[in-house]
Design a protein around this ligand. Sequence first.
Ligand SMILES: O=c1ccn([C@@H]2O[C@H](COP(=O)(O)O)[C@@H](O)[C@H]2O)c(=O)[nH]1
Ligand SMILES: [Zn+2]
Ligand SMILES: [Zn+2]
Length: 577
Amino acid sequence: AQPSAPDPIPAPLRGLEFGQLNFLHTTDTHGWLAGHLQEPSYAADWGDYVSFATRIREKVEARGQDLLVIDTGDRVEGNGLYDSSEPKGVYISEILRHQPIDLLTSGNHELYKQNTSEAEFFTTIPNFRGNYIASNIDIFHPGTKELVPLAPRYKKFTTKLQGIRITAFGFLFDFTGNNNRTVVQPVEETIKEDWFQEAIRDKDVDLFLVIGHVPVKSQEYQAIFRAIRSLRWGVPIQFFGGHLHIRDYARYDAKAVGLASGRFMETIGFLSIDGLSTSTPVFKRRYIDNNLFSLRHHSGLDEDGFPTEQGRNVSRLIAESRSALHLDEVHGCAPRDLWMSRVKYPSNDSIYTWLESQVLVDSLKDESRGDTPALAILNTGAIRFDIFQGPFTQDTTFIVSPFTSGFRYVKDVPYDQAQLIVGILNKQPQILRTPRYSPFTPLAPPEQLAYSNDIVADLTVGASKPQQAPLSGQEPELIPGYTTKDDAGTDGDDTVHSPISFYRVPNCIQALVAANASAVPETVDLVYIDFIERHVALAAKFAGLDVNFAQESEVYMPSMTLTDLLLDWVKTHWKCE
Ligand SMILES: O=c1ccn([C@@H]2O[C@H](COP(=O)(O)O)[C@@H](O)[C@H]2O)c(=O)[nH]1
Ligand SMILES: [Zn+2]
Ligand SMILES: [Zn+2]
C-alpha cells in the first residue's frame, strides 16, 4: 500500500504580502515531487503545489495583480521517482509538466550526462513551449550534430493583467563538469555577447528578470547585475537563483534583489514587488515550508476548498508512479538515524563514519585483487540525504545515493603517500560537495573554511528529521527547522521554527580496507569514486606520487556503483525485526 504523507502540522506562521507582481519559485527539486514522506514539514507533493499555484493565481488576479511561476533547475537526480526508472526521468517529466511554469532553466544536473541533456532538449523544453530559457548553454543537436542553443537565450513578454514589460534571462553558473555534447559559456563572457547587450539596451522594459541555477550571492550574478545596472540605472532587476540548496535573499541595490528557494521540495519561494515604476519599489520575500498546513493557510482555504482537480490528478499520478517503481519496497531497517551534518564527523551517528567504518570496510573488495589492502576515498557530496531510523526502501536508496559513478583504482601505491591525499583534498574550499551556506557569507577566516569540526551555528539551514506535533500546554512548542538569516533579516521563513545545529563536513572521507586491520600496509590499491578522479590526481601529485591516472587507473569492482554497494550492505546487515 502507498504510505500516505504525514498530517500537516499546526505551527505559528508569517503570512504572504502580495504586490503588483508576485512570484512562486522552486529550485533544486531533484526529483522530490512526491514530497518528504517521512517529514511532515515538507510533505506536500507536486500536485499540492499545482493546487497552490492555482489558488494563489486566483487570489492575486482577483486583485488585478499578476503571478509568475519560476523553476531554476536541478529538477533531476536525487530521488527514486527520477533515478529508479529505466530510462531515468520518464515519470518525472510527465508529472512536472502539469504545473504551468512561466519560466524555467537548466541546472548542472541536467548536464552531467548526455542522456539527461538530450531529454531536456527533446522532452522538457517542448513540454514548456517557449518558457524554457538557456542564456549560456548550447547543445550539439543529436540529429544534425550542429551546436545550437539548448533553448532560446532570453524572452521578452508582458504580464497577463497589467501588461508589465519583462525581459527575462536564464543562466547556469560557470559549470565545467557538463557532458561533452553540451557547452556552458561562462556568464562573464555571455554578457558581452551582442544579443545580451542589445537586450539590456531595450528601453521598453519595466523589469529585468534573471532566473538561473546560480547562487544569489555569486560572482556570476554580480557580473549580470553590474552589466544591466551600468546601462539601466532606473529599471528594477529581479533575480531567482539556486544550486547551493539554501534559502537566501540578496539585496544588490534599492531596485535589485535575488531569492534562492532551498532544495528537495522543502521550500516554495514567494516574492512580491510593489511600486515597480516608482523610485522605491518594495520587495517582500517568504520561504514557505512545503506542507499542506502552510499551503492552505496562505491560500486562505480549508481542506475541502484547497485542492484543484488538476492538483488531485497530479498527486494521483505521483502515487501511481511510485507504485509502478516499487519505491516503497523495503530492503532493510535502519537501526538509528544517520546524519550528514546534524552531528559531528566522526561520530557514531554520522553517515560518513558509518560508511567508512562499516560499509566500505565490509563490502569494498575487488576479487581480482585478492587480499591486497585498499585505501578508498569518497567525496561526501556523493551522499545526498540523511538516513532515518526505520524502513530503508527502494526510494531511500536513491535519496541517499543517486549517482551512477563507479570506483577506479591505481595499483600498489605507497601507503605513506596515499594516506596524505584525503588531507590535501580537505584543505581545498568546498569542492566535491554542495556547501550548506553561501560562500559569500563571512563565516570564519578562509584558512578555517576547510574542514573543522566547529558547529556552524547561525547558518541558513534546514531540518531533516521526522517531527512530532508541537503543541503542549499553553505555549506552542516550536518545531525544529529553517531559521533563515538573509539580507532582509530573520523574518523570511513562513514557519517560526526553533533552530537546528549543523556541523561542518569534510570534502572527502577515506577508509583503509585490509584483511589485517592492525598492520600498517606498505602499499595499497588507491581506490576512489570516479567522479572525483581529476581532484584525486591533482592531490596525488601534491602528495609526491608520480602516477599518470589516465594511463594507470583501472575500474575497481566492475559494474558496481556506490549505490549498489550501499544497497547490498543494507540488505545484508539491516534486517527488519
Ligand atoms: O555524479 C555526481 C554528481 C554530483 N555529485 C555531487 O553533487 C554536487 C552538485 O550537486 P548540486 O545539487 O548541483 O549542488 C557535486 O558538487 C558533488 O558533490 C556527485 O558526487 N556525483
Ligand atoms: Zn542541486
Ligand atoms: Zn546545482
